[in-house]
Ligand binder design. Structure first.
Ligand code: ADP
Ligand code: MG
Length: 619
């Protein structure tokens, strides 16, 4: 006779089965948490909606932070932090968009919001949102069953922004299994890897504060992100501001006379009118500006005109990402819509017209990212990889500085990650015992035109002749997009290593700038690079000559010695002239003399080697 399994309320019969991992979409506007249970991914609703407004109130009407919908009820914009995500991993200098907050910080570090409850960094604000989501998941699942979380980030997030996100998770005791790019999460949610053998997909994600566009290629059930792009300062919030400005202008009021508090509440009203317009053709508007009532009828037609700059910029990003992937838009098999703003009929239509294809929107565009994150989280704790290979790409090239301030690219942009690349470098001068490793990001040939990520020095290289040391530099990017750079001298195994965590990140505009600059300056950069390479080479030759003169000058007659010195001076002057033609002439004139000198040294060495041997030995 077999026994039945004992089962008590709140007590798991088979505790090992109750292991869950949660997926978190930490959105600019809304955040969600989801989980896979019995093979099904679901978002966990807060009452009637799964959307937790990504808002934290730090006002004096409460002595603890208030997170979510309730935080929106205070009408105190300066202490109500919305869109904290836009500030993540940014420096004061990076924050160029308008916002109602008082910030404190330096140009090189993430600033904090000054609130009635003290200074709060964007990481803390994000942590408060994550804590609320985590608590909600804990309350919805059996005790101690949550093993960890996957948190999504925009594909464009750089190292600093990813690190800030991870820090926020870790700070509340969350086991962050992985950071996942939002478009990749959407692809997983749609199961695009399983629906067909091959395909090319474009993910169009227009949220509240960010626009992300990615091209994914599917081959044999495995998908790869071919290219990512977008604009981290474009979204529904901009539409709300544009509508609010439209109201102000239509009311004949000078926008300068309307204060930030009022603009923010007008934008909130604009948002609700906008959302109503997703269900119907027109809404009647009834607002008050500077104490004056303003009434009008807002139609989808007018809304399309108001939104034109946002739509245009999003489609420009689509064109850019297609160009990056070297694809024509006709090569896209499916377009996937993600993000609350893609509920707007005018957006759907603009995308449909642009791609000449009806976009996929069967999964709720608010939930799709959280659902994909939940699926990955589930796979990660169940080690059920199921052939699902997630490949993300580096948004900008990563490299280091070589002699003459040139950039040596180690990992080109759009390289799938995780990735590790090695390259060997050597010393430039005799007896050099240290080497500065200057890590840069960007598309330009010279370091001055790229962005510095980190600087560190490898010391303890044994003194050797120039060119003999072998320093192997490794760039490794993990699945979270975090970069580690290490350097090792091969003969002595002296090593040095740094996790590249810059104190502030690049804005999307700066990334775009760096990319554009790379294209615009390509020809000039190439010439500059050739000049610098020639200069470095000439310098190296002169160093070697001077070093040889120190040892063997006595082998030269005075005239030849003087001639050689003259030509060396001439080359030095030519290097300083920054003219490639002049340098080539000087180097050419030095060559016969330096060749002559080299042959004298060689003869001398041969003579020395032969001394003690008889000429007859060589016959
Ligand atoms: P994020 O990922 O940036 O947090 P979401 O994907 O949650 O953003 O999208 C939020 C944006 O979607 C907001 O700007 C919101 O106004 C907009 N939005 C949500 N629902 C609708 C709707 N029904 N019609 C139009 N816009 C909507
Ligand atoms: Mg989103």
């Amino acid at each position: 006779m077999s026994l039945l399994q004992i089962s008590e309320p709140n007590q798991s019969a088979r505790p090992h089965e109750h292991r869950y991992a949660i997926g978190i979409d930490l959105g600019t506007t809304h955040s969600l948490v989801g989980v896979v249970r019995s093979g099904r991914a679901d978002v966990l609703p807060f009452g009637d909606t799964p959307l937790l407004p990504s808002v934290v109130y730090y006002g004096d009407k409460s002595d603890t932070p208030v997170v979510g919908k309730q935080a929106l009820s205070y009408d105190d914009p300066a202490n109500t932090i919305i869109s904290a995500k836009r500030f993540m991993g940014r420096s004061l200098a990076d924050i160029k968009f308008s916002h109602p907050y008082e910030l404190v910080g330096t140009d090189n570090a993430m600033p904090a919001f000054i609130t009635a409850q003290g200074e709060k960094s964007p990481v803390e604000t994000s942590a408060h949102i994550l804590a609320r989501l985590y608590a909600h998941a804990k309350a919805s699942l059996p005790d101690d069953s949550i093993q960890g979380a996957v948190i999504t980030v925009p594909a464009y997030f750089d190292e600093a922004q990813r690190q800030a996100t991870k820090d926020a998770g870790v700070s509340i005791g969350l086991n962050v299994l992985r950071l996942l790019n939002e478009p990749t999460a959407a692809a997983i949610a749609y199961g695009l890897d399983k629906s067909a053998k091959t395909g090319t997909y474009l993910i169009y994600d227009l949220g509240g504060g960010t626009f992300d566009v990615s091209v994914l290629s599917l081959k044999d059930g495995v998908f790869e992100v071919l290219a990512t792009g977008g604009n981290s300062a474009l979204g529904g919030d901009d539409i709300d501001r544009l509508i609010a400005n439209h109201f102000i202008k239509s009311a004949g009021i000078d926008p300068k006379s309307v204060d930030n508090t009022q603009k923010a509440s007008l934008a909130r009203l604009a948002k609700s009118y906008k959302q109503k317009l997703s269900e119907r053709q027109a809404v009647s508007v009834d607002v008050e500006i500077n104490g004056t009532p303003f009434n009008t009828i807002l139609t989808n037609e007018t809304l399309a005109q108001i939104c034109e700059p946002v739509i245009r910029r999003s489609l420009q990003s689509c064109e850019q990402v297609l160009a990056d992937a070297r694809l024509d838009k006709t090569a896209i098999d499916e377009v996937v819509l993600v993000g609350g703003s893609t509920r707007m009929p005018i957006i759907k239509q603009a995308v449909q017209v642009f791609f000449d294809k009806e976009p996929l929107c069967s999964i709720n565009p608010d939930e799709v990212v959280a659902l994909g994150a939940s699926r990955l989280a589930h796979q990660l704790i169940n080690k059920d990889d199921n052939n699902l290979l997630l490949l993300d790409v580096t948004p900008l090239s990563l490299g280091l500085e070589t002699m003459g301030g040139l950039t040596e690219v180690i990992i080109p942009r759009n390289t799938p990650i995780p990735v590790a690349r090695r390259q060997t470098f050597t010393t430039h001068t005799d007896g050099q015992t240290g080497m500065v490793i200057h890590v840069v990001q960007g598309e330009r040939e010279t370091v001055a035109d790229c962005r510095t990520l980190a600087n560190f020095t490898l010391t303890g290289i044994p003194p050797m002749k120039a060119g003999l040391a072998r320093v192997e530099v490794t760039f490794a990017i993990d699945t979270n997009g975090q970069l580690t750079v290490s350097a090792m001298e091969q003969t002595t195994k002296v090593a040095s290593k740094i996790d590249v965590v810059p104190s502030y990140g690049l804005t999307e505009e700066q990334q775009e700038e760096l990319l554009k600059a790379g294209f615009v300056h390509a020809q000039a950069d190439k010439e500059k690079r050739m000049l610098i390479e020639a200069q470095v080479e000439a310098e190296r030759e002169i160093l070697a000559l001077v070093s040889a003169l120190g040892e063997f000058a006595h082998l030269l007659d005075d005239t030849t010695h003087a001639q050689l010195n003259n030509k060396i001076t001439a080359v030095k002057t030519a290097i300083a002239s920054n003219d490639k033609a002049i340098l080539a002439v000087a180097v050419n004139e030095l060559k016969p003399l330096s060749d002559h000198f080299a042959s004298i040294i060689m003869n001398q060495n041969v003579k020395q080697a032969l001394s003690g041997t008889k000429a007859s030995d060589w016959q």
